[in-house]
Design a binder for this molecule. Structure first.
Ligand code: HPA
Length: 243
């Protein structure tokens, strides 16, 4: 059910411009790359603030891609407008994350089964307690099947992400979150999962490891943009099995 009129303050696409499933990388350039590399007949449907959104087809199924920007406030705005104004049912965050365990390598894939956070984003719901942030179990089952189909078992882990509000920290406590089972740090999944829960919709976060905070192994910005292909294939193969 749509509760917001279109266009929205941040998206100028037509009302029926988006597919039911939207892939959301953080980086607008990556959204363009995904549309041009993987989608058939991609059509540009949004360009507000240079955040280009595209709708096309992957293996005959309609799929959209649009960037979320960086951080929970940014993905909070875009995912809210997609769920509430554009009738989007499924959002898959496809981004990079920093590994918190020594044996997770760059280019490995983390599929989030939940997100911890140091953000106060949940406070705006006014609930007296701690809101857990989880992806859709229904969609997770489909990702698991896609992992088997693609033969990605050795490079994929299912587990918790730590969604932080601060990339540059005065107190470096990120690695402490590994004690609570977090596999990797990024900056968006928690907000996306809460928006999906509140909207009664579905979300996933699938991340490609760009750096390891223990071994200090890392990919350059250029390598990052080229080596996320396995993550994108997994997201797209999963997406075509969604209802
Ligand atoms: N912090 C936050 N987000 C990230 C990091 C990090 O170290 N690496 C990749 N995404």
């Amino acid at each position: 059910m749509s509760t917001l009129p279109t266009p929205t303050p941040h998206i100028n696409a037509p009302k029926d411009g988006f597919a039911k499933t939207v892939l959301m990388p953080g980086d607008p350039k990556r959204a363009k790359h995904i549309a041009e590399t993987y989608l058939t007949n991609p059509v540009l449907i949004n360009d507000v603030r240079g955040v280009q959104g595209y709708t096309g087809e992957y293996k005959g199924k309609k799929v959209s891609v649009m960037a979320s920007g960086m951080g929970i406030p940014s993905i909070g705005i875009y995912s809210y407008e997609l769920y509430h104004a554009y009738g989007v049912e499924n959002i898959i965050r496809v981004g990079t994350a920093g590994a918190l365990l020594p044996d997770i390598k760059v280019r490995d894939i983390i599929v989030a089964t939940g997100a911890c956070t140091d953000s106060n984003y949940s406070c705006h719901y006014g609930l007296k307690g701690t809101i857990s942030a989880v992806p859709s179990f229904e969609l997770l089952k489909k990702v698991d099947l896609a992992v088997q189909k693609l033969g990605f078992q050795d490079k994929t882990r299912f587990g918790q992400l730590f969604s932080t509000d601060t990339f540059y920290k005065d107190i470096p406590d990120t690695l402490d979150w590994a004690k609570m089972g977090c596999l990797a740090v990024e900056m968006e999944a928690y907000g996306l999962f809460l928006n999906a829960a509140r909207a009664g919709k579905r979300a996933l976060a699938i991340c490609s490891i760009s750096d390891n905070l223990i071994s200090h192994e890392e990919l350059s910005a250029e390598e990052r943009s080229k080596t996320v292909n396995d993550m994108l294939l997994l997201a797209l193969e999963s997406a075509i099995s969604f209802d």
